[in-house]
Ligand binder design. Structure first.
Ligand code: NAD
Length: 485
């Protein structure tokens, strides 16, 4: 029997809900405990607390806020081990990756503690008899609705710039991964942040999430999740004319040219899709490769996949389970759709070079494991080449010329990231400019967390930018003041 209930954290205290739902460990299928199923009433409580706390918080100096954010970063660093264990159990993420997420979360609070003290308005020399200046003012209360794939990083990425600029925040963690968010909100109180500046309401998306998106007391919404739900959030925000940042799905491509360092490309591409079992919005899930180096690249990726250890996240394997059995079914469905389409059309088929099956490491039957999968010969119009799979699955399509590679890269509804692999400097810059996406890498990928780098999508990958100094603009509005001298 579960003996632990994860409750919302509102105005500095735990808040229970009338109902709960079970928190399932995807590594084993076991119940980790229960989670308070917050809804409209808890959201209302949290928004009211945030509005009250926000009035005092926005009147603090950047220095005071910087000190508190920095203190919180220190506490997160102190608690890395506990946070990592909670995250690994909730999400199935390998322990060392969960540790990294906790450190990156601390880094967000530290980074914004530093930059907020040099975030200024402008003085505009309009006329000699006018003194014109701008102020960046906080919006009020921000609502942050986040996904389950990087819960701690997404907490830091959303909440740190929001509160650094003087807003108060209400965060709804993903249904599957509530515990680290509640733990982080508690640490904020220990760090000395006033109660109500950071609130967390646990619950289910269509209940707590929808209530947060629709609440009239929310002045800005930041959503990280699927394109499908992003549409609902944007609709709810539009009805209230509230600004919204949407960080949605991706189908990012690696463009591997014939002159690339293939050994390096293969290692980075394989490791990037293994990270968090491929459940990364920015996962480079499509490999577009020059036909001249196709065989070598695939051989090297397959060799890497063959050495992967699979097991419960807490044992720190290379590859943990997917976040749930539902996600496992989804990934399996995509792989089956590829082979099925081949049989139906009797066209030149896809080739499952390796993987393509669920796994039961150490005889664990209740887990949500999926083997690293490499699918060659993928038609760019096929479902698996266009839709986000969100698992450890790479699809491979060949090209013969540069413009063909660019057209393939830009050939999906998504445009989040991309990578160009080449030793030709001119081509690197030319192609990086032509590929759509919020971040394009050359001869590398992911750049280690990227707290400092503006991040976001084009097209159905969303709009607005998080991370870096640019995120501060999203959580503030410019006021221009004109003084007749
Ligand atoms: P999801 O859209 O199902 O859920 C995301 C969040 O929205 C969760 O907190 C969920 O509870 C909430 N939610 C669900 N239904 C809701 C509703 N009707 N109203 C309000 N809130 C609701 O996404 P997911 O499956 O948790 O996450 C995976 C997706 O997130 C992938 O598409 C991935 O690419 C994307 N993602 C994007 C980024 C990015 O920065 N672009 C980062 C991480 C994940």
């Amino acid at each position: 029997m579960p003996d632990l209930v994860t409750e919302s954290f509102i105005d500095g205290v735990s808040v229970s809900s009338a109902q709960t739902y079970p928190n399932i460990d995807p590594s084993t299928g076991a119940v980790l405990g229960d989670v308070a199923r917050g809804g409209g009433s808890e959201i209302d409580q949290a928004v009211t607390a945030a509005r009250r706390a926000g009035r005092g918080w926005r009147a603090t100096t950047p220095e005071q806020r910087a000190d508190l954010l920095s203190a919180l970063a220190g506490l997160i660093d102190r608690e890395v081990e506990t946070l990592a264990r909670l995250e690994s159990e909730d999400s199935g993420k390998p322990l060392s990756q969960a540790r990294n997420d906790a450190r990156v979360c601390a880094r967000y609070f530290r980074f914004y503690s530093r930059v907020i003290e040099s975030y200024y308005g402008l003085s505009i020399p309009l006329r000699p008899d006018l003194h014109v200046y701008t102020r960046r003012e906080p919006l009020g209360v921000t609502g942050n609705i986040v996904a389950w794939n990087y819960p701690m990083q997404l907490f830091g990425r959303g909440v740190a710039p929001a509160i650094a600029t003087g807003n108060a925040a209400v965060l709804k963690p993903a249904d599957e991964t509530p515990r680290t968010a509640v733990y982080l909100a508690r640490l904020a109180t220990e760090a000395g942040l006033p109660p109500g500046v950071i609130n967390v309401v646990t619950g289910l998306g269509p209940e707590a999430g929808a209530a947060l998106a629709a609440h009239p007391g929310i002045d800005h919404l930041s959503f990280v999740g699927s394109t499908e739900v992003g549409r609902l959030i944007a609709g709810a925000a539009a009805r209230r004319v509230a600004p919204v940042t949407l960080e949605l799905g991706g189908k990012s491509a690696h463009l591997v040219f014939g002159d690339a360092d293939i050994e390096r490309a293969a290692t980075v591409i394989a490791n990037a899709i293994l990270q968090n079992a491929g459940q990364t919005c920015s996962a480079g899930s499509r490999v577009l490769v020059d036909e001249q180096v196709h065989d070598e690249l695939l051989q090297r990726i397959a060799d890497r996949f063959a050495t992967v250890s699979i097991g419960p996240g807490i044992t720190d394997p290379d590859l943990g389970p997917l976040v749930s059995r539902k996600q496992q079914d989804r990934v399996r469905g995509y792989v089956e759709s590829a082979t099925q389409a081949t049989q139906d059309t009797q066209a030149k088929g896809v080739d499952i070079v390796c993987g393509g099956t669920v796994a039961e490491p150490d005889g664990i039957t209740g887990g949500a494991y999926f083997t690293p999968t490499l699918i060659d010969g993928v038609d760019p119009n096929a479902k698996i080449a266009r839709e986000e799979i969100f698992g450890p699955v790479l699809t491979v399509t060949t090209f013969a010329a540069e413009d063909e590679a660019v057209a393939l890269a830009n050939g999906t509804d998504y445009a989040l990231m991309g990578a160009v692999w080449t030793t030709d400097l001119a081509r690197a810059h030319r192609v990086a400019a032509q590929v759509d996406g919020g971040q394009i890498y050359v001869n590398t990928y992911g750049a280690g967390g990227g707290v400092e780098l503006p991040f976001g999508g084009f097209r159905k990958s969303g709009y607005g930018r998080e991370k870096g100094v640019e995120a501060l603009d999203a959580y503030t509005a410019t006021k221009t003041i004109v003084v007749q001298l």
